[in-house]
Design a protein around this ligand. Sequence first.
Ligand SMILES: C[S@@+](CC[C@H](N)C(=O)[O-])C[C@H]1O[C@@H](n2cnc3c(N)ncnc32)[C@H](O)[C@@H]1O
Length: 237
Amino acid sequence: MEIFSNINNTYLNEITKKHSLDLKINKKPKYPCFEFKDEALQFSFTDKIFLKLDFLKGTINYRLQRAHHEKHLKKAIGKNKEPQLILDGTAGLLSDTLILLSLGHKVIACEQSKYIYLLISDAVRRAENQLGFLENLILVNQNSIDVYLEKENVDIVYLDPLFPQDKKQLKRSKSIYALRDILNLEKIVINDDKLFMEFNELKPKKIILKRPLKSEIIYNTPNYQVKGKSTRFDIYI
Ligand SMILES: C[S@@+](CC[C@H](N)C(=O)[O-])C[C@H]1O[C@@H](n2cnc3c(N)ncnc32)[C@H](O)[C@@H]1O
């Protein structure tokens, strides 16, 4: 994959080398590609359609400002004396991880897609001076099952698989639409049902599975559920 930029710097050289990208300086972009603009990385589908993350603005920042209102997620985590070590097995655009961090927990966030990982780690780089809780984040570009097998003491496995394609959801979240397109470009097969089953067999202390509110329970019966307006958390202990 190519990355187009009008400037060159150490950071760009580092990421292009580490992730085997092809850096093009002062060239006209050929879409789809990465672009480095205004000190930020974006994934561009065309000159007008792109995915760029900014944790310091918009809906995610608003949610972070009032994270104490996230009562459903708090209930799903439960009351604990100590901060929990949470493995987010489906990091995606990192929104859920950020909320978990802002509630005081430690998170190991795993994202299998190289392109999505690059976008979220770039957004973390731009936000880390302002969001102190990011020091409790470990971000990895790996399959979450493999990461879980290497780690001890994980208190909670958090999973938010891609929901079945539903027009209402796509309207609500253009970013998730873009995420799907990026996974398709990388030829990553979306098989998130399998992911829950694989984790369940490893018997973690607790799994929190985020699902659309009205979706069927397609897995084992959860120990309890916490229901919100459009999503619910199925909890397996
Ligand atoms: C619906 S998105 C998660 C959205 C995320 N909760 C958020 O707040 O933005 C699901 C993500 O999980 C990732 N994923 C699925 N299976 C994975 C696995 N085994 N290891 C790592 N990442 C995985 C997909 O690539 C996708 O980016």
